[in-house]
Design a protein around this ligand. Structure first.
Ligand code: GDP
Length: 304
């Protein structure tokens, strides 16, 4: 990901190299190139506008005028601004004072929620937590079984609504809100300190799905609502993110499929338009292909 954006920005900065002072025309030409590179990477227009306006303002300001190497100073400014639109500082999970900490996952079908439940569960277990995965996606055939398989591979328990399957507990069927609520009760009874609730998604944003997710949020009062988004979705990222923000008021973003050849627009737009930070990155189908997201490192990689 970001390869093309990264190459374009590097080429732009190369043009500035060796220049002592930067004229306003130099700055404008640079900002124009940055704007084109971002638009071609599918970054949302309002985000590009805001980003390039602050680069221009800072590039024409005192910090660049006084710099020994103005080109280098501009790279530093772009780096800082990139870090900012990716969410600023690394944001970690806010654990509840009184366990269990409830983490709800939301997002479109195929975004990578079920896989993420396993990844997050495994990651938390490795840190000494005792997570419980809750299968509240009763929409998609096999979603429950898929979560059970993922849980098994991750070595993490799963609370699931199907009687007669590999579920270890006798749980109700049918109502995802009830399943989610009962999952939290189960966690409390069995001393799990983190509950990860997998919810249903649709291929597109849909009122019924959103209402169900909102009802699960109300019923379980999660400490974190993670919005999982496929980094490959490009220009649709912003509308999808805004719909989920309105529907479930998520508290953090997970970018999935960062291993693909997405141009990076979703990654750069979603945190910026929703004001919620990117917290995790999913980078493959394996349960270990997952990491805490560090905006500064990602900005550094783009400008490498
Ligand atoms: P859900 O519908 O949101 O629960 O999505 P799933 O977890 O079922 O994921 C949909 C598909 O994407 C599955 O085939 C996953 O193996 C795959 N997938 C999930 N996360 C990643 C990722 O980070 N990278 C890649 N390449 N594939 C992923």
């Amino acid at each position: 990901m970001f390869n093309s954006l990264s190459d374009r920005l590097t080429a732009t900065f190369k043009n500035l190299r060796g220049k002592g002072r930067l004229s306003e025309a130099d700055v404008d030409a640079t900002v124009r190139e940055i704007r084109r590179a971002l638009l071609d990477a599918d970054v949302a227009v309002p985000v590009v506008r805001e980003f390039t306006a602050s680069i221009r303002e800072r590039a024409l300001g005192a910090e660049v005028a006084a710099a020994l190497n103005p080109a280098q100073q501009i790279v530093k400014i772009v780096n800082e601004e990139l870090k900012d639109i990716l969410g600023g500082a690394t944001r970690r999970i806010r654990f509840a004072k009184n366990p269990p900490t409830v983490i709800m996952l939301a997002g479109l079908q195929g975004a990578g929620k079920t896989t993420l439940a396993g990844k997050l569960g495994k990651w938390l277990a490795a840190q000494g937590h005792k997570p419980l995965l809750v299968a509240a996606d009763l929409q998609r055939p096999n979603a429950v079984t898929q979560l059970q398989i993922v849980g098994q591979r991750a070595g993490v328990k799963v609370y699931a609504p199907h009687p007669g399957t590999t579920s270890e507990t006798d749980v109700p069927t049918g109502n995802p809100v009830q399943v989610a609520r009962d999952g939290v009760t189960e966690a409390r009874n069995k001393l799990h300190d983190v509950v990860i609730i997998d919810t249903a998604g649709r291929l597109g944003v849909d009122a019924e799905m959103m209402q169900q997710a909102a009802d699960i949020r109300t019923a379980t009062r999660p400490d974190e609502v993670l919005f999982v988004i496929d980094a490959m979705i490009g220009q649709d990222a912003v509308n999808t993110a805004l719909a989920f923000q309105e529907g479930v008021a998520f508290t953090g973003v997970v970018l999935s499929k960062l291993d693909g050849d997405a141009r990076g627009g979703a990654a750069l737009s979603v945190a910026s338009v929703t004001g919620q930070p990117v917290m995790f990155a999913s980078t493959g189908e394996g349960l270990d292909d997952f990491e805490l997201f560090h905006p500064d490192r990602m900005a550094g990689r783009i400008l490498d």
